[in-house]
Ligand binder design. Structure first.
Ligand SMILES: [Fe+2]
Length: 203
């Protein structure tokens, strides 16, 4: 199956982006430090989150193609919690979150937004992403309604706008492993949602 690049808008609507050819031919292995340098350059060049995602997601694809070691940079999930996170790069005042995440089969995340741009690539397993949108900005308490879903396969990427609301579910019989990169989170705008109780609480 062709690897796909998904985009999720702030209202939970999805589209498939055409594959982008990388602008320059790479003669060397595309290493994590080079990827991070180029992401920093993109962030400095534009404040527009969609433009950032359009520029960053092909680099994520290139990184995963060249850096097979990333799939082994994972922690086994705690069986009770069902997931684990491994930080791949951390530097004081460095405004990016770069990590691998593992979910055990059958586990589902809370419904949440990220309050920043993000690109996730599926390294292994199958992950269902379900999207939501606010029914109306006038609702109090907030009500969200389903906005569809997609099933991600290894090699797929998915780019999220800051207010895209989703939950993920690890499908099949094996854990899901994802590579994730996020910008600077606005914690005053990062919520967990309960679709039945119509509550939105700060993450
Ligand atoms: Fe998420």
């Amino acid at each position: 199956m062709l690897e796909q690049d998904w985009f999720v808008a702030d209202d939970g609507q999805t589209q498939v982006w055409p594959h982008q050819a990388l602008s320059k031919k790479r003669m060397q292995i595309y290493r994590l430090y080079r990827f991070l340098t180029e992401v920093e350059d993109i962030l400095a060049a534009t404040d527009n989150d969609q433009d950032r995602l359009e520029a960053i997601h092909p680099l994520v694809r290139q990184l995963l193609t060249d850096s097979a070691w990333l799939q082994y940079e994972i922690q086994p999930p705690d069986p009770k919690r069902g997931w684990s996170v491994t930080t791949l790069y951390d530097e004081p005042n460095f405004p990016l979150t770069v990590q691998t995440v593992v979910w055990l089969p059958g586990q589902t995340s809370p419904i949440h937004n990220h309050a920043t741009w993000g690109v996730v690539a599926l390294v292994s397993g199958q992950e269902k992403n379900t999207f939501w949108q606010r029914r109306s900005t006038d609702d109090s308490p907030q009500k969200i309604v389903s906005a569809g879903d997609v099933l991600l396969h290894p090699g797929d990427t998915i780019s999220f706008m800051p207010d895209a609301i989703h939950c993920v579910e690890a499908m099949g019989n094996e854990p899901t492993v994802t590579f994730n990169i996020y910008g600077l989170t606005d914690y005053q705008a990062r919520y967990k949602f309960d679709a039945d109780a119509h509550t939105a609480t700060l993450f």
